[in-house]
Every structure is written in structure tokens, then in C-alpha cells.
Design a protein around this ligand. Structure first.
Ligand code: NDP
Ligand code: GDR
Length: 358
């Protein structure tokens, strides 16, 4: 009989953490997750997976912790002795990293080091496999199109610089201590539970609220930015597959298809039955609905000091070695996110109608 595997997920309360936890539970894993203490509940995305610890056969356990707290991480690893660690926790917002560069480095760079050092110090190097949430932001000012595992890095934000430290720490611990550690260089991936201040979710949520009369206008930054967008559900499957290989390697995960932010806006409003007319350019660019009302505009507050203008991945290696095949197209992704945010906006409108919305 196969032994039950135990996984530890940092960042389990985030977008990827919630999809990965569901995936691992469906595969029979015992899943431990680290959640941060906060003054209000922050487990919305995993509440549907959670069982009261007093019930029988519980396989999901949550622990308070933080990547900035080395002692806490050592204790948790010592107690859990996981077969697999998925390090998804991060200050993951690129624009915010310009406002909080030191904190971002502490979590994203040193946090990864703390985990790997704990694995080494506790003698878990032979037992515990390690997945690092690396990112296409490493390519930043792109040196090659499309970007693959061998493309040189040129990070363009405190977020990406910190992730680059983490990337090389993973490579170094793999080579120095023989830890089975992999970098997944994942391109942007989205879903209905994407954080509301990442551009895709901001667009689908804002557009749905405009459709329902809850908001007048959607303000965005750089609409020329190009991204390779996929679905988080597909991407977490690859995180798991990377740790099931015979030997540890780093992989690009991407769809190989690129769109602008403007394309995403257009596709979203089309899905809502609201075709747009674009006018003006630069700071004056706006989109009008069919009554001539301005519903999308540029606000320079969302510009970044240094921007990543274009990202397009080449997932050939993952296709060959991991069987990677994205199952969700751009249009399907937009449709799923719009449907979910439309339901949310309809709920909000109904509550407002009955004077129940706070
Ligand atoms: P989210 O922002 O949705 O989730 C981040 C998670 O990290 C949350 O659970 C958050 O907790 C937790 N976290 C933040 N700071 C700390 C800390 N100091 N200690 C412990 N936990 C912390 O990100 P995603 O799920 O989208 O991304 C997962 C990982 O993948 C991140 O590392 C991200 O940088 C990386 N990545 C993401 C891509 C994407 O397109 N989504 C692409 C490439 C890489 P809380 O819920 O309390 O805020
Ligand atoms: P990104 O995602 O920075 O690629 O990082 P985000 O959705 O924040 O931005 C994508 C592009 O859209 C432009 N943009 C805006 N972005 C936001 N957030 N808000 C706006 O109003 C807006 N208008 C235009 C941005 O300038 C950018 O060019 C995400 C995160 O998940 C990282 O953690 C991850 O590593 C990378 O994807 C891969």
C-alpha cells in the first residue's frame, strides 16, 4: 500500500494555495498550511476545504506562522516533517513592492532562505522536497522572446529582485546539500479567486459592478502591458508534477499566448454584452459604452516606477517533461472570471436594494 504523503503549503490562504490544497487533498495527501494571524478572518478561499478538527479523518491542518519568523518555521517543519513543501507565501504584488521593498525582501527572499535552512538544519534534506514559487517577473526587461529556462534575468522591481535571490538560493541549496528543490517559473495565472487588486480581477470585478450600476468607471494604469495569462487551476497541477520527477529541475510554465491589458478589458466587457469604443491615447485614452458614457480611463497612480512591458513564455520543456498542456484558453478564463464577479455584483446589488449592504 502506498504511504500517505504529507505536504506543507506556505501561502495556503492565497489564490494558488487554495487550488493546490484542493488538488493535494483530492490526491489523498495530509495537508498542513501556514496562515498569518490577522485581525479579521483571512481563510475565505479555503473555508470550503476546512473541517472541524474534532471530526474524524481530518486531513487539512492550519498553523499560525509567518515567513519572517524563522523560529516558527523551524518548529513547524520539525513537527510536521513534510514530504513536500510548497513555498507559495509572498508579498506578491509588484506595485506594492515599490512601497514596501524591505518587507518584500524579508518575506520573498529571506523567507525562502529560512525555509531551506530549516530543512537543512533539521536533517530533512533527504526527506523533504521543495517547490519555490518563482516568477516570469525575473525576466523583467526581456532579453529574449519568448522567455524560456535559459533566458537571462533582468528584474525590474523589489518584488522581482527578491524573487531572484530566492531563485538562486533554491539552486544553491540543491547543488550544495542535495535537496530536491525546484523553481517553477510561472507566468501570470488568474482565476475567480485572484486578489482583487491584480489587473485581471480588478477588470472583471470592476466591469461587473459597472454593468450592475454599482460603479461608474474603471481606472487602470498601463494598458499596453502584455502578459501571458493562464488559469491557476492548471498551474498548481504543474507545481505538484515538478516534485514528482526523478530529479529536481526548474521549469517555465506558460501558455505561449500573449494579450495586452486593453485586450483583457475588451474581452471582459464583450462577455458582459457591452461593446466598447476606444478613444484618445496615452493618459487621455478612454473607453465608452454604447451610450457614449466613459467607463474605462487611465489613472497614472497605477503606473510603476519601472514597468515590465511584455512577457511571453515558452513552455516546451514543461510540455516534454511534465506533459504540460494548458486546459483553459484566454476566452474561457475571462468567461469564468466574469461569471463569478457578475454573481458577486448581483448579490451586492440585491443587498443594496434591500438596505442590507454595509
Ligand atoms: P496571493 O497573493 O494570492 O497569496 C500569497 C499568500 O502568501 C497568501 O496566503 C498570503 O497570506 C501569504 N503571505 C504573504 N505574506 C506572508 C508572510 N509574511 N508570511 C506568511 N504568509 C504570507 O499570491 P498567489 O497565490 O497568486 O501566488 C502564489 C505565489 O506564486 C506567490 O509567491 C507569488 O509571488 C508567486 N507567483 C504568482 C503568480 C501569479 O500569477 N499568481 C505567477 C508567478 C509567481 P494572506 O492571505 O494572509 O495575505
Ligand atoms: P504582475 O500582475 O505585476 O504581472 O504580477 P498585475 O496584474 O498586478 O499587473 C499586470 C500588468 O497590468 C498592468 N496594469 C495594472 N496592474 C494593476 N495591478 N492594477 C492596475 O490598475 C493596472 N493597470 C495596468 C501592470 O502595470 C502590469 O504591467 C503578477 C503577480 O501575481 C506576481 O506575484 C507574479 O509573480 C507575476 O504576476 C507573474
Amino acid at each position: 500500500m502506498q504511504k500517505t504523503k504529507t505536504a506543507l503549503i506556505t501561502g495556503i490562504t492565497g489564490q494558488d494555495g487554495s487550488y493546490l490544497a484542493a488538488l493535494l487533498l483530492s490526491k489523498g495527501y495530509v495537508v498542513h498550511g501556514i496562515k498569518r494571524r490577522s485581525s479579521s478572518f483571512n481563510t475565505d478561499r479555503i473555508d470550503h476545504l476546512y473541517r472541524d478538527p474534532h471530526e474524524e479523518q481530518v486531513r487539512l491542518f492550519l498553523h499560525h506562522g509567518d515567513l519572517t519568523d524563522g523560529g516558527n518555521l523551524i518548529r513547524l517543519l520539525q513537527q510536521i516533517e513534510p514530504d513536500e513543501v510548497y513555498n507559495l507565501a509572498a508579498q506578491s504584488h509588484v506595485a506594492v513592492s515599490f512601497e514596501q521593498p524591505e518587507y518584500t525582501a524579508d518575506v520573498n527572499a529571506l523567507g525562502t532562505l529560512r525555509l531551506l535552512e530549516a530543512i537543512r538544519a533539521l536533517g530533512l534534506a533527504r526527506r523533504t522536497r521543495f517547490y519555490q514559487a518563482s516568477t516570469s517577473e525575473l525576466y523583467g526587461l526581456v532579453q529574449e522572446v519568448p522567455q524560456r529556462e535559459t533566458t537571462p534575468f533582468y528584474p525590474r522591481s523589489p518584488y522581482a529582485v527578491a524573487k531572484m535571490f530566492a531563485y538562486w538560493t533554491v539552486v544553491n541549496y540543491r547543488e550544495a546539500y542535495d535537496i530536491f528543490a525546484c523553481n517553477g517559473i510561472l507566468f501570470n495565472h488568474e482565476s475567480p479567486v485572484r486578489g482583487e487588486n491584480f489587473v485581471t480581477r480588478k477588470i472583471t470585478r470592476g466591469a461587473a459592478r459597472i454593468k450592475l450600476g454599482l460603479q461608474d468607471c474603471l481606472y487602470l494604469g498601463n494598458m499596453d502591458a502584455r502578459r501571458d495569462w493562464g488559469h491557476a487551476r492548471d498551474y498548481v497541477e504543474m507545481q505538484w508534477r515538478m516534485l514528482q520527477q526523478d530529479r529536481p529541475r526548474d521549469f517555465v510554465i506558460a501558455t505561449g499566448v500573449q494579450h495586452t491589458v486593453r485586450d483583457f478589458v475588451g474581452a471582459t466587457f464583450r462577455e458582459l454584452g457591452m461593446p466598447l469604443t476606444w478613444q484618445g491615447e496615452g493618459l487621455d485614452e478612454v473607453a465608452l459604452d454604447d451610450t457614449g458614457r466613459r467607463i474605462v480611463a487611465v489613472d497614472p497612480r497605477y503606473f510603476r516606477p519601472t514597468e515590465v512591458e511584455t512577457l511571453l513564455g515558452d513552455p516546451t520543456l514543461a510540455h516534454e517533461a511534465l506533459g504540460w498542456q494548458p486546459s483553459t484558453s484566454f476566452d474561457e478564463l475571462v468567461r469564468e472570471m466574469v461569471a463569478s464577479d457578475r454573481r458577486g455584483a448581483e448579490r451586492e446589488a440585491l443587498l443594496r436594494q434591500h438596505g442590507l449592504h454595509s
